[in-house]
Design a protein around this ligand. Structure first.
Ligand code: NAD
Ligand code: IPM
Ligand code: MN
Length: 359
């Protein structure tokens, strides 16, 4: 029996994870899904209750689980909290402790949503791509970091962008392997023109490609140009490999190619046999939290990724993805999705219901 630890978190997190939980219940009932689910506090709510965004107990339960499904953490109410106790710091610690160095962020434009983006239909129709984001290194974790007061009274904020060759090659291996399975083309994005760590990235990826993946066509692109190209002509890409910070930014851009940030799932993976963290790429959406209007698709699609990649039920994953495609094709739209004529406006549970009916 596999175990999935649910970390609903803050803001819209609990609202969207509740819909994922309903999908799990349904699959238990009619697909023979054998899955134990547990729930723990994580993020701002954990800080309120336990004084820390990630307690040792929650971390131990995450380690013991087969996979973790997370909602989102953070919000303006914790803006004044010490940096290392903020909800986001809890997420970074969880990623580091579980050593989930590879973050798969797929973007798929459902046919029904080809008109839902602010971009033109022809630019995004048929889009199906993947960003492979390095997740446990770079400027998010480099030392030194902090804010100090200088002798002259000025304050100085420091973060360090740093990568070792092994940190680069272990995630690059995964990206090459994925590219080989897909179209045989890999784009690697960095800023080798201004950053030494970017140059190292380029050199290591080039070396690995030549040594181990000669059949994959490797292209390098500067991350700023990559951002522009993603908006101009995203379908020129299939798999993009990039670092932690650029991957964060490029994947939010990529979200708009699918119609909404509320559509993008992700999987954070470590070494074989260790639990992955599955989460929507969006945040806690404080501006709409508590209103029952958040799009649960990214959370439910994250569950599908967990079922496929780690919980041994790719058939259930496929059912979920098809049900979501059908609910969208039948016109169900949460407010973040542009709704054309004949569409049905629904909230979070309404969308969850529409998906369940089609499961
Ligand atoms: P956000 O992703 O929470 O929201 C950006 C915009 O997208 C908002 O207008 C929001 O309403 C909308 N949106 C996001 N998800 C949606 C959904 N499922 N359905 C409909 N609309 C959706 O980003 P933000 O506002 O910059 O950040 C808010 C907080 O979330 C911050 O504290 C940030 O650190 C945190 N955050 C957490 C995660 C995570 O837990 N993985 C990811 C990103 C941001
Ligand atoms: C994401 C988020 C996180 C990140 C934050 C909340 C730490 O934006 O998962 O995309 O920057 O990695
Ligand atoms: Mn992000």
């Amino acid at each position: 029996m596999k175990t999935l630890l649910l970390l609903p978190g803050d803001g819209i997190g609990p609202e969207i994870i509740a819909e994922a939980a309903r999908v799990i219940d349904r699959l238990r009932a009619d697909a023979g899904l054998e899955l134990v689910t547990e729930t723990a506090l994580f993020g701002g709510c954990a800080y309120e209750a336990e004084g820390l965004p990630l307690s040792d107990d929650t971390l131990a339960r995450a380690r013991a689980a087969d996979a973790v499904l997370m909602g989102a953490v953070g919000g303006p109410q914790w803006a004044g909290v010490a940096y290392d106790k903020r909800p986001e710091a809890g997420l970074l610690r969880l990623r580091a402790e579980l050593d989930v160095f590879t973050n798969l962020r797929p973007a798929y434009c459902y046919p029904a949503l080809a008109d839902a983006s602010t971009l033109k239909r022809e630019v995004i129709e048929g889009l199906d791509m993947m960003i492979v984001r390095e997740l446990t290194g770079g400027v998010y974790f480099g030392k030194p970091r902090g804010i100090e007061t200088l002798e002259n009274g000025e304050r100085r904020g420091v973060n360090t962008h740093v990568y070792t060759s092994s940190e680069i090659t272990r995630v690059a291996r995964i990206a090459f392997a994925i590219a080989r399975e897909r179209k045989g083309v890999l784009w690697s994005a960095e800023k080798a023109n201004v950053m030494e760590a970017g140059l190292l990235w380029r050199e290591e990826v080039t070396r690995l490609g030549a040594e181990a993946y000669p059949e994959v066509a490797l292209h390098h692109i500067l991350a700023d140009n990559c951002a522009m190209q993603l908006v101009k002509n995203p379908k020129q890409f299939d798999v993009i490999l990039t670092d932690n910070l650029f991957g964060d930014i490029l994947s939010d851009i990529m979200a708009m190619l699918t119609g909404s940030l509320g559509m993008l799932p992700s999987a954070a993976l470590g070494e074989e046999g260790t639990p992955g963290i599955y989460e929507p790429i969006h945040g806690s959406a404080p501006d709409i939290a508590g209103q029952g209007i958040a799009n649960p698709c990214a959370a439910i699609l994250s569950l599908a990724m967990a079922l496929r990649l780690q919980l041994g039920r790719p058939d259930c994953a496929e059912r979920i993805e098809r049900a979501i495609g059908q609910a969208l094709a039948d016109g169900y739209r949460t407010p973040d999705l542009l709704a054309g004529e004949g569409c049905t406006r629904v909230g979070t549970t309404g969308m969850g219901e529409a998906i369940l009916e089609r499961l």
